[in-house]
Design a protein around this ligand. Structure first.
Ligand SMILES: Cc1ncc(COP(=O)(O)O)c(C=O)c1O
Length: 478
């Protein structure tokens, strides 16, 4: 694989990393699997495939680019697939943990849908908005739970929250006659999957958070509402709540500020509840979803156990929902229908609710406490690291506030110990503004079982110890 001009040949991006630690060993890149390195660091250069005949459009050029995160995911996938010694540990995973009770429920409703609805669901095209029986089940469910007044006109089903976010980004943001209307992430860091939703360059930005430390080893991000209000060219606000990667959720006051701003300036706020209420409750948000004419609420069953089925839905005022339904129609016709029939059963029977509250939520709470206790016990005391405060969640988010720490360099070093984490910078769009902080964070997935998680955390601790030792010795150098 060709390294682009940004790559110094040792897998370190010259623009972002002044190499501070002793250099890593030279890596050898396998010709057949360019991402399968033996014993060395991964290459982060972003050389898109060049093909003179491709003749990509402007938006095509943008969408054909491989993001830094996708390159990491490819590195992880190829390395894991090419290794049969079982020693690699992947703590990058965004898949939900395999929880037997949850899998059993989905298998049962899928089997029932397959037995009874195969003809209507799988052998015919359906409505772009979603199958009527699922739309009615969703309306009943939210009306009962939150006393909303939904009809089928308030709902659109699509192939996951990702697709809904892409549809909304395309509909509500981009160039206008009087300038660019951007996707604005009100509080960074947020889900990396938002960064490339727009077909246009320079169409997304994020508001840097305020940092608040708590005790010796914890910290929080806080919404900077003044900075958000100062953002002039907002086409749509978009946020995950609770957030990937931190598990942070908006307070009632923050939510009200955001919605007031949207109402006064007339743009939509897309709130992505992929981890929150009412399901899957991977973490418990501080506020329930709210109904408001400027809010598009997006829900997904991916983190509730079936990411491969690609089912999510949006709830909002009919004008927003009609536009998204047309987008679904124009792009994919409609979402998979057998999974829609299964979701209808899981909602109507109350099983999705019960499992979210009784099984999924306690599972992740316990997992997070387990990981946090291990981190507190094993990470080097001499480094100023902190964990983002959380109430459960699929990830731990660490901040290592030391000038010697660089997230991508750490990825490479940990890779040499056969473990993977997500470097933090990929969760920030506005990297220039947030400065060094984004390079001093990392995300650890909690989806692996406790044994693997413990082994991974032990390798993280060793690698950080190496940095701590080097930093100590460096300080004594005159
Ligand atoms: C915050 C967030 N939103 C959306 C998605 C994707 O959801 P879906 O599978 O419903 O498209 C993810 C996946 O990791 C996510 O973390």
């Amino acid at each position: 694989m060709q390294c682009g001009s940004e790559c110094n040949g040792e897998g370190v991006d010259n623009r972002t990393t002044g190499l501070r630690l002793p250099r890593l060993a030279q890596h050898t890149i396998s010709a057949s699997a360019p991402w399968a390195f033996s014993g060395g660091p991964a290459c982060h250069c972003s050389a898109p495939q060049k093909d003179a005949d491709l003749r990509l459009s402007l938006s095509g050029t943008k969408m054909a680019k491989v993001s830094g995160l996708r390159r990491i995911m490819k590195d992880v996938a190829l390395t894991m697939a090419g290794s049969h010694d079982g020693q690699w540990i992947d703590l990058t995973i965004g898949n939900p943990a395999p929880i037997p009770e949850v899998s059993k429920m989905w298998q049962a409703v899928m089997a029932d849908a397959l037995a009874k609805d195969f003809d209507v669901a799988s052998c015919r095209y359906g409505q772009s908005r979603g199958h009527d029986s699922l739309l009615s089940a969703i309306a009943r469910y939210f009306n009962n739970k939150y006393d909303w007044h939904l009809t089928n006109d308030n709902i659109v089903v699509a192939a996951g929250c990702q697709m809904l976010s892409f549809a909304a980004a395309t509909l509500f943001t981009g160039p206008l006659a009087n300038g660019m209307r951007r996707i604005v992430l009100p509080i960074e860091p947020d889900y990396t999957g938002y960064h490339n939703l727009s077909l246009h360059d320079d169409c997304i930005t994020g508001i840097s958070p305020r940092l608040r430390t708590r005790g010796d080893r914890h910290f929080d991000y806080e919404l900077d509402i003044k900075a958000l209000e100062g953002e002039r060219a907002i086409g749509m606000l978009m946020l995950s709540n609770p957030a990937n990667p931190t598990g942070r959720s908006l307070t009632r006051e923050e939510l009200e500020c955001i919605v007031r701003l949207a109402e006064s300036r007339g743009f939509p706020v897309l709130i992505d509840h992929a981890y929150g209420l009412p399901f899957p409750q991977v973490t418990t948000p501080q506020t329930s979803p709210i109904w408001h004419p400027n809010v598009i609420n997006c829900f997904s069953v991916s983190k509730a156990g079936i990411p491969g089925e690609r089912i999510g839905f949006a709830v909002g005022r009919p004008a927003y929902i009609d536009a998204i339904a047309s987008f679904v129609s124009n792009s994919i016709l409609h979402a998979p229908q057998l999974a829609q029939m299964a979701l209808k059963r899981a909602l109507d029977g109350g099983e999705l609710d019960r499992l979210s509250k009784m099984i999924i939520n306690p599972y992740y709470l316990k997992k997070q406490q387990f990981a946090e206790n291990l981190l507190l016990k094993t990470l080097p005391q001499s480094l100023p690291w902190r964990i983002h405060s959380g109430r459960g969640g699929m990830f731990c988010w660490l901040w290592i506030d030391h000038p010697q720490f660089d997230d991508e360099e750490f990825y490479d070093r940990l890779r040499q110990r056969k473990a993977f984490i997500m470097p933090g910078r990929h969760f920030f769009v506005n990297r220039l503004h947030v400065g060094e902080h984004c390079k001093r964070c990392l995300r650890i997935s909690l989806s692996a079982d406790e044994k693997i998680l413990s082994a991974g955390i032990a390798r993280i601790a060793k690698t950080l110890e190496e940095i701590a030792t080097w930093a100590r010795s460096e300080r004594t150098v005159p």
